[in-house]
Write a protein that binds this ligand. Structure first.
Ligand SMILES: [Zn+2]
Ligand SMILES: [Zn+2]
Length: 244
């Protein structure tokens, strides 16, 4: 559980949210990385984590009890250290990720070309997005011309060089966050770190890769990347229509 109230002073990462991992993970490598979401904080960016050995004990015991908790001997680490620890211990099928991204790009490229051409995207004076009803509106001379139903994918920050999924971003309204949870579920089922984890060290291209994965998974007709204060906001377009 990461708790806004609870932060730690880390020699490497400064003042950061406190997170909790089993005793085997901080110094471990390839120990596996299992997470448990607190039902009261289902969008927690740094859910409690434990290794595969701890997971086996937890399975034997059927719950967190004296024995499984003693074996895990949970430690507090900073959120920055948590991400490093996750990177070192998470095990996944790299080929599955590469294939998923490549298939997804192929899907999105074909649809994006058609979306841009059909609706003349790129030719409008301005665009505005509205979180309350999850729409993206392109307009000329103050008049809306094309309206799109969108889901936010997430944002790339060029100040911290990190990606954050929309579902994990509590500064966004629920209507634009909800769609991205389907990718988290996909990531959970495929065991892929980038899809399943709220935030991680990234490059700008990661934003397009995650956008392509979400577009294909949700059957989107296109995607849009909007500049933000310190990076980019990515969204997928589910439907588009001419206004009037
Ligand atoms: Zn462990
Ligand atoms: Zn740290």
């Amino acid at each position: 559980m990461s708790d806004e109230e609870l932060s730690v002073e880390c020699g490497e990462h400064g003042k950061s949210p406190a997170t909790f991992v089993c005793q085997h993970l901080p110094a471990g490598e390839n120990q596996g990385f299992n997470v448990g979401y607190d039902p009261e904080h289902p969008d927690d960016a740094y859910p409690d984590a434990w290794c595969d050995q701890c997971d086996a004990v937890l399975e034997q015991e059927g719950e967190w009890n004296d024995r499984s908790e003693a074996f895990a001997d949970i430690k507090m680490v900073c959120a920055g250290c948590y991400c490093d620890i996750r990177e070192r211990n998470w095990q996944q099928d790299e080929d599955a990720l590469v294939e998923l991204i490549s298939d997804s790009f192929e899907y999105l490229q074909a649809r994006q070309a058609s979306f841009m051409e059909t609706y003349g995207i790129g030719d409008y004076e301005r665009w505005d997005w509205y979180q309350e009803n999850a729409t993206l509106v392109f307009s000329n001379g103050g008049k809306p011309v094309v309206e799109c139903d969108v889901d936010f994918v997430g944002s790339f920050s060029s100040s911290s060089n990190t990606w954050m999924w929309a579902w994990a971003n509590d500064s966004l309204l629920e209507p634009v966050r909800v769609g991205s949870r389907a990718v988290r579920d996909l990531g959970d089922s495929l065991g892929l770190l980038k899809l399943a984890s709220a935030t991680w060290a990234a490059e700008p291209v990661d934003g397009w890769e995650m956008t392509a994965v979400m577009a294909k998974h949700l059957g989107a007709i296109g995607a849009y990347r909007a500049p933000s204060d310190n990076g980019f906001l990515h969204m997928v377009v589910k439907q588009a229509r001419w206004v009037n």
